[in-house]
Design a protein around this ligand. Sequence first.
Ligand SMILES: [Zn+2]
Ligand SMILES: [Zn+2]
Length: 155
Amino acid sequence: MEERLTKAKEQFEAFLKERGMRRTAERSEILRKALEFDGHFDIERLKQAMDDEGFHVSLATVYNTVDLMYESGILRKHSFDGQQARFEVAANNHLHLVCLQCGKIREVSDRALFPAEAPKRLPGFHVSYYTATFYGLCNACARKNRQEQKKRAKN
Ligand SMILES: [Zn+2]
Ligand SMILES: [Zn+2]
């Protein structure tokens, strides 16, 4: 397991201990699976991934555990326009490009768009992390729309 994932695991276990909560087999499995996701996931996708592995837990348990992981700071939560909450392992700062048509999310971590000094320009506020969301059309959808427009124009 990658170092950052090991760290996330340790952080979550320390959090549970601090809260006086047990590290159950179910919680450990949900944690492991969540850390395996490369990028964003929603609760249902996580539950599905666990079912696929033959590890059956209730949706409520997945919800609760993901909430705990979020509270412990190892997950970030995003509520993109018109979509259910998405989670991702807290890592680098990045932008989200959300396609309004197909819902696909792309991540961009271009330094030019993310000036390192930005948090310092917010006096009286301590920034933990920052993100921004750009809404629009992905290339595939834009192309599809153009083709459909052409088709309509011919008819
Ligand atoms: Zn799209
Ligand atoms: Zn992201």
